[in-house]
Design a protein around this ligand. Structure first.
Ligand code: MN
Length: 206
């Protein structure tokens, strides 16, 4: 996907993740927040046609190569564009089971068990100070790690390949959960699409 970047479809209705994520939050999050990052990314790149063939991930992988005057705008809005695109992909109505195959083995290797992984991920995402994201990433040695990032920073900017992400900005949960970020993350597990995460894992280690 290249310039002009377009807001990707959710792939499901606004009410499809209810009650875990309410329809009004989905409507505003996708239609206003994600659209806003998309528009602002396009605006930042408008006068730089040499960058128009790059994907969002390409732009974020090498921020230092970008013109300084748009670097922060691309970091924030390119990050917002890519992060939310991942976020919608890794969710599905009713969720999809648990990890299997190579992904399940990698989780056991890195974290000892799926339950232990979930505990670490939950703690990391809930503990991100202020706005940001919780991630499951593949590192350059094909090992899994759990990290959080601030604001709209994406793991690709530090050489890590995200395969699962949860948005912990207040706009992701405040209407339904107010200050209860851990409760939102606990509910979010119910809509994670492990088939998509496994597909991203297989691509990352390919
Ligand atoms: Mn968001």
């Amino acid at each position: 996907m290249t310039y002009p970047f377009e807001l990707p479809d959710l792939g499901y209705d606004h009410d499809a993740l209810d009650p875990h994520i309410d329809p009004r939050t989905m409507e505003i999050h996708h239609g206003k927040h994600h659209q806003g990052y998309t528009n602002n990314l396009n605006t930042a790149l408008e006068s730089y046609p040499d960058l128009h063939n790059l994907t969002g991930e390409d732009l974020l992988k090498d921020l230092s190569s970008l013109p300084e005057v748009i670097r922060t705008a691309v970091r924030n809005n390119g990050g917002g564009f890519v992060n939310h695109s991942i976020f919608w992909q890794v969710m599905t109505p009713g969720g999809s089971g648990v990890p299997s195959g190579a992904l399940a083995e990698a989780i056991d290797t890195a974290f000892e068990s799926f339950d232990a992984f979930k505990t670490i991920f939950q703690k990391t995402a809930a503990g991100q100070f202020g706005s940001g994201w919780g991630w499951l990433v593949v590192d350059p040695n094909d090992n899994l790690q759990v990290i959080s990032t601030a604001n709209q920073d994406n793991p690709v900017s530090i050489g890590l390949n995200p395969i699962l992400g949860v948005d912990v900005w207040e706009h992701a949960y405040y209407l339904n959960y107010q200050n209860r970020r851990p409760d939102y993350i606990t509910a979010w597990w119910n809509v994670v699409d492990w088939d998509v995460v496994a597909s991203k894992f297989n691509s990352a280690i390919g």
